[in-house]
Design a protein around this ligand. Structure first.
Ligand code: NAP
Ligand code: MG
Length: 490
């Protein structure tokens, strides 16, 4: 494993505009912090609105030529990038763990997962299809083709520093779109290292541009209202997504929105309880509970609720809090003090509203933002915690009696990203896949994410899909050509 200093020394600290690493014109530099120690890892460039527009100008200037490159050429650049990231996977894992806090084993998992999007879209690039057919009246033919949307703007969250970037950059490159990428201020380093890798893999100047900024609204606004931009793709909170949709409306921008979640995790009386606890550990604690797919509400049949709570608490209570890059660590800190204080508020409020702490419920020791993995039992339907995205290591358990009651509880939210259900009854399982109002369902599993599958939500969890054959469509426009049928003159 490389040392943390070796890895940090490889990270470019500038903005990447038109193929050059340049300094930003925003105020000062951005200090990127290690959430496990509170110490600064690196200082990087801070973009202002002018830099944002320079990045858009570079993307716009590169678009026409890039859109005409052969699919094979784009595929091979992605494939080379995939190989390079795989060779450097330990560096990427270390960097993710340092800036975001997740245990190194999980960071390795993110490198594999995030890089899968690069491989998947290298394969999708050459499969952009079209169709040809007769008009029903017979007087003409229709030729239907796909074209790149044009310059896109990607805004990503801090929780999966590599995967959230590759899910957007991969399909944009495959489709022939250029892009300006704005990673989250809290974890921008992995995107910078990834883009440097793209550059080494031969990506032409201007195709992908990166701006890091401490003034995301002021720097993004002018990009969104500029006539050169054709598309915005965002992953983050529903609140910010709603704001960006309003801004996009003025210019009728194509939008893809991967927003917040409030995933229900249903455990029926006929479930394999050990499998359900394994699934719960993944669905709840992957990324220290800071995932849009994180199980937010455990809805458990009253006959098995106590046993489930005891087993889950035993597993969660045994986790070892620490710095992600240390081998003994099985659980990292939450991202910052604000997030940690929010965990305490949610626990205290739940207890006031009648819930009980089975394990955890308080800050962990050390300088980082540690919060003990927490199980809350007998949480009352209607409790505050059930209506909010927790985004941390707290598992509230609600009891139910009947399947229809469980489904009603599960669907009682404005979100609709993912749901999980554990049951050994096949017919019930099939019913649930249809009655749960979410874009994705994990049936007897706590992990659904896969580069080959369409990831995304319904309701206020967003629109559009990332990954799968659907993922590239977000970066393509459909073009229809009408060709009148003719007859030979002779
Ligand atoms: P966030 O606060 O919404 O921020 C996401 C990104 O938007 C960041 O890059 C942020 O920049 C930027 N941003 C914030 N306000 C903006 C504005 N007015 N104009 C332009 N950009 C703006 O979300 P987060 O705290 O980073 O991430 C957590 C959220 O993301 C959760 O709700 C989670 O569910 C969601 N998420 C969803 C998915 C999914 O696929 N559905 C995946 C992962 C996460 P700054 O860093 O400067 O604030
Ligand atoms: Mg934020």
């Amino acid at each position: 494993m490389p040392t943390e200093f070796e890895v940090l020394a490889k990270v470019p600290t500038g903005l990447f505009i038109g193929g050059s690493w340049v300094d930003g014109h925003g105020e000062g530099r951005i200090a990127v912090e290690d959430p496990a120690t509170g110490k600064t890892l690196l200082e990087i460039a801070n973009a202002n609105a002018e830099d944002g527009l320079a990045a858009l100008a570079a993307a716009d200037a590169a678009q026409a030529k890039w859109g005409k490159t052969s699919p094979r050429e784009r595929a091979e650049i992605l494939r080379r990038t995939f190989e390079l990231v795989r060779e450097r996977s330990e560096e990427f894992a270390m960097l993710i763990s340092l800036e975001m806090g997740k245990p190194i084993a999980e960071a390795r998992g993110e490198v594999t997962y995030g890089n899968e999007f690069v491989r998947w879209f290298s394969e999708e690039a050459v499969r952009i299809g079209g169709r040809y057919g007769s008009l029903p009246e017979g007087h003409g033919r229709m030729l239907i083709t796909k074209r790149p949307v044009g310059p896109a703007f990607a805004i990503t969250p801090w929780n999966f520093p590599l995967a959230m970037a590759t899910r957007k950059i991969g399909p944009a490159i495959a489709a022939g779109c250029t892009m300006v990428v704005k990673p989250a201020e809290l974890t921008p380093l992995t995107t910078l290292l990834f883009v440097k890798t793209l550059e080494e893999a031969g990506l032409p100047a201007g195709v992908i541009n990166v701006i890091t900024t401490s003034t995301s609204a002021a720097t993004s606004g002018p990009i969104i209202s500029d006539a050169r931009l054709r598309k915005i793709t965002f992953t983050g909170s529903t609140q910010v997504g709603r704001q960006l949709l309003k801004q996009s409306a003025d210019r009728i921008l194509r939008t893809s929105m991967e927003l917040g979640g409030n995933a229900p995790f249903l455990v029926f009386e006929d479930a394999n309880l050990d499998a359900a606890v394994d699934g719960a550990m993944l669905a709840k604690l992957r990324n220290i509970g800071q995932a849009c797919t994180a199980a937010n509400r455990f809805i458990v049949h009253e006959k098995v609720a106590d046993e489930f709570a005891t087993k889950l608490a035993a597993r969660m209570g045994a986790l070892n809090l620490g710095r992600g890059i240390e081998a003994a660590t099985t659980m990292g800190p939450v991202i910052n003090e604000k997030a940690r204080a929010n965990m305490q508020r949610l626990v205290d409020t739940t207890v006031k509203e009648g819930g009980e702490i089975v394990t955890g419920g308080e800050y962990g020791a050390g300088d980082g933002y540690f919060f003990k993995p927490t199980v809350l039992a007998n949480v009352r339907p209607g409790s505050t915690i059930l209506g909010e995205e927790i985004f941390g290591p707290i598992a509230p358990i609600v009891r139910f009696k009947t399947e229809s009651e469980a489904v009603a509880l599960a669907n009682d939210t404005e979100y609709g990203l993912v749901s999980y259900a554990f049951t050994e009854d096949f017919k019930r399982g099939m019913r649930l896949t249809e009655s749960l109002e979410t874009g994705m369902t994990g049936l007897n599993t706590g992990l659904v994410s896969n580069a080959a599958a369409p990831f995304g939500g319904v309701k206020e969890s967003g629109m559009g899909r990332e990954g799968g054959t659907e993922g590239i469509e977000e970066y393509l426009e459909t073009k229809y050509v009408m060709i009148p049928a003719t007859e030979a003159a002779d």
